[in-house]
Design a protein around this ligand. Structure first.
Ligand code: S3P
Length: 169
């Protein structure tokens, strides 16, 4: 197993970061930390409520603070929100504090996995497919640049994806 202080999962909504992250954490005996959950705990409000009251900019401030705090720790499997890589300070601390795994997923895969999701405010609109394509165009290069390892999750179930990563880590 890699000696970096943390194992950090990056990638878009619906890539399986939480699901695969929980499995990997168990496999490597790391503490599973979900950055979105840390934001909810710090704000005392759900992600949709944060977006409603503070907008995306307010959410990003909570996200930045949560990552700066939780990435001081070690021996964690950290699942980051899909937009965490947009902030240069987040990218810097992610690169510094972990071995970074990019979980990739196609827009078609996201649409299938997130079809009934109501917890992601950025997708609660009729043109969500277009939004996902635009996000991918902007974010995929950022994910790639940060990643030490990448896995295409379209091809695998969460259990298979975890097994693939265990072989490669
Ligand atoms: C977001 C992804 C979400 C959450 C928020 C914004 C994004 O996390 O942080 O809804 O901008 O892609 P997941 O990637 O864990 O769904």
């Amino acid at each position: 197993m890699n000696p970096a202080p943390n194992l950090i999962l990056i990638g878009p909504m619906g890539a399986g970061k939480t699901c695969i992250g929980r499995r990997l954490a168990e496999r490597f005996t790391l503490d599973f930390v979900d950055a979105d959950q840390a934001i909810v705990d710090a704000a005392g409000a759900s992600i949709p409520a944060i977006f409603e009251h503070s907008g995306e900019a307010g959410f990003r401030q909570y996200e930045r603070q949560a990552l700066q705090t939780l990435l001081r720790g070690r021996n964690q499997l950290v699942s980051t929100g899909g937009g965490a890589v947009l902030d240069p300070d987040n990218r810097a601390i992610i690169a510094e504090r972990g071995f970074v795994v990019y979980l990739r997923v196609s827009v078609a895969g996201q649409l299938e996995r997130l079809a009934r999701d109501r917890t992601r405010p950025l997708l609660q609109r009729p043109d969500r497919e277009q939004v996902l394509h635009e996000m991918a165009a902007l974010r995929d290069p950022l994910y790639r640049a940060l990643a030490d390892l990448a896995l295409d999750t379209d091809l695998y179930t969460p259990a298979e994806a975890t097994a693939q990563l265990v072989l490669r880590l």
